[in-house]
Design a protein around this ligand. Structure first.
Ligand code: HEC
Ligand code: HEC
Length: 494
């Protein structure tokens, strides 16, 4: 065959191949950076952390899932029933990003767990506490919702497309991609995710405001076998993270996470994103790298909203605290708590051994030396992440008291509902209460944790369940009552 003839023969199939490859790339892989956000807060709440290919659910599937599978959510109000804050008029709840990777996909980000909400009165709108300790968020509720939806026979192209086209006039070509690509692929991905988390069904439930953050890392990322350990932890706020960097006043390295498993804020931010599905390939994208750097910069100096407890209020107001109590409380705090909880204290942000603090030891035992070593040596293909800050320590970090009024329920497992209960000996702390209601408890500090509304909105917390013990941390429990009252006033106001 002559050369021009060969070209004429080969050209059309070649062109067709290129066209098909281009279409596949366009439909499945084309990544479009998100439009810039107006401020750091909305970037934190809705910015992508580069996990769409691992976690992202095609937008229109995500939209109709609560309509079809509402019975699998904790309540009748769609995604809101997962305890997520939904700003008025916003397209997505706080903690979700939307980004095009092939198609528009919805993914979780840091704000899924690091968000807070509160109210001072039951009939008031909840307010958002940026990067607060997701006190209401039902992460396991979301995972179980997706698992049950993905395993439901109604998760099929006919049913989903019916529901989607009811609310959106989808162009024909996109219908094809959804029907033949995205719906089957999402169904498969949800089934795989359900299997990956099946170990958690053998453990006590996480409940609202808690997750088991590091067992998924051990089992999924570090490829360790399941070991039956329980790592259920309360969410942490990301306020004033500059206080978690460098050595403390006594020259001790400041530790992050409840058990102090890392001493490096930057690595904790990056591994936060890895834990949520960010790949190294995506970390190399400038938009993702810059976004994570922006988060790190934001949380270094971010402060919680000012406490509503104040001496300026009318003495009849339940949020009034007296100036005298505040002054006395502050001195008592410095004397009895400051060595561990004030930034200039010698044990601030260091790990206090479990044997000393005496709180539930499950979370501390869950992380071990093998896990720390594997994470420091973690590689993705040929890329070594080069982490250096992971370690194994058997205790809990004396955390800052920044925004204590919004940090309830207290301790690493969220086992003590109010600040008043923190000052009671463990045997006098409530053995059962309800968490997930965002009304501030004016009398006791923390959130209202009993009564009909707390029971209706919240979730039952039983301190008898493994990992839920409210033992230990007896500091301040034998102070005279008048001192406790003054200290409580101060704790509520910071
Ligand atoms: C699925 C929930 C969840 C997501 C998503 C999440 N975190 Fe966290 N984060 C937690 C929990 C829970 C803790 C406390 C865990 C522990 O140590 O037991 C925590 C701890 C932290 C800490 C340590 C705080 C301290 O004071 O020691 C930092 C920093 C942090 N997260 C940053 C991030 C960043 C940045 C992202 C996003 C890239 C992120 N997290 C995503 C749940 C989450
Ligand atoms: C010896 C160090 C030490 C002293 C002293 C100490 N604490 Fe703590 N505190 C800790 C540790 C460690 C934790 C975390 C324990 C856990 O979560 O299991 C903690 C946790 C807390 C929490 C929960 C914080 C949260 O975000 O959930 C509160 C509230 C608290 N302490 C109040 C006090 C008060 C009030 C005093 C003084 C009367 C005090 N602490 C004295 C070490 C100390």
């Amino acid at each position: 065959m002559s050369r021009p003839k060969l070209v004429r023969w080969l050209l059309p199939p070649l062109l067709l191949l290129v066209l098909i490859a281009g279409m596949v790339w366009f439909v499945a892989f084309r990544t479009v950076a998100q439009a810039p956000f107006p401020d750091a807060a909305s970037a934190f709440n809705h910015g992508s952390i580069g996990n769409e290919d691992a976690q992202g659910i095609p937008y229109w599937i995500w939209r109709v899932l609560p309509t079809l599978f509402n019975a699998y959510l904790p309540g009748p109000t769609g995604y809101s029933s997962l305890g997520l804050y939904w700003e008025p008029g916003a397209e997505l709840p706080v903690g979700f990003s939307k980004k095009t990777v092939g198609t528009e996909r919805v993914s979780i980000n840091c704000a899924f767990c690091h968000q807070g909400s509160w109210r001072l009165h039951p009939d008031e709108q909840s307010q958002l506490a940026l990067a607060g300790p997701g006190n209401q968020v039902a992460v396991q509720g979301y995972l179980r919702f997706l698992a049950r939806a993905g395993n439901d026979p109604r998760f099929n192209a006919d049913t989903l497309m019916d529901e989607i086209t009811r609310i959106y006039a989808m162009p024909w070509w996109q219908r094809l991609t959804y029907r033949y690509l995205f719906i089957p692929a999402t169904r498969k991905a949800l089934k795989v995710q359900a299997e990956n988390f099946s170990w958690a069904d053998a453990n006590p439930p996480w409940g609202r405001g808690r997750i088991d953050p590091f067992n998924p890392v051990k089992y999924g990322i570090l490829r360790m076998g399941t070991d039956g350990s329980i790592g259920n932890s309360d969410m942490m706020p990301l306020w004033q993270q500059a206080l978690s960097e460098g050595p403390n006043a006594a020259g001790e390295p400041r530790a992050l996470h409840w058990d102090g498993l890392s001493t490096n804020l930057h690595e904790v931010v990056v591994t936060g994103a890895i834990g949520d599905g960010m790949s190294y390939r995506n970390f190399q994208r400038r938009s993702v790298r810059e976004h994570l750097a922006g988060i790190e910069a934001l949380v270094r100096d971010l402060m919680p909203p000012a406490s509503p407890f104040s001496p300026q209020r009318d003495p009849a107001d339940p949020f009034h605290v007296s100036a005298a109590d505040l002054a006395r409380g502050e001195a008592l705090h410095r004397e009895h708590c400051g060595g561990c909880h004030l930034p200039d204290g010698p044990r601030f942000r260091t790990v206090i051994p479990v044997t000393e603090v005496g709180t539930d030891d499950h979370r501390a035992r869950m992380w071990n030396a093998t896990a720390a070593e594997r994470y420091n040596n973690y590689r993705e293909g040929r890329h070594a992440w080069g982490f250096t800050g992971f370690r194994d320590v058997d205790g809990y970090v004396a955390v800052p008291h920044t925004g204590l009024w919004l940090r309830g329920p207290y301790l690493h497992n969220g086992s003590v509902p109010t600040l008043r209960d923190m000052l009671r000996p463990p045997t006098e702390r409530p053995p059962v209460f309800y968490r997930g209601y965002d009304l501030i408890d004016a009398a006791n500090g923390g959130f209202v944790s009993s009564g009909p509304e707390a029971e209706r909105v919240g979730e039952r917390y039983d301190t008898g369940v493994p990992g839920n013990s409210n033992a230990g941390h007896r500091y301040g429990t034998d102070l005279p009552e008048a001192d406790k009252a003054a200290l409580l006033a101060y704790l509520k106001a910071i």
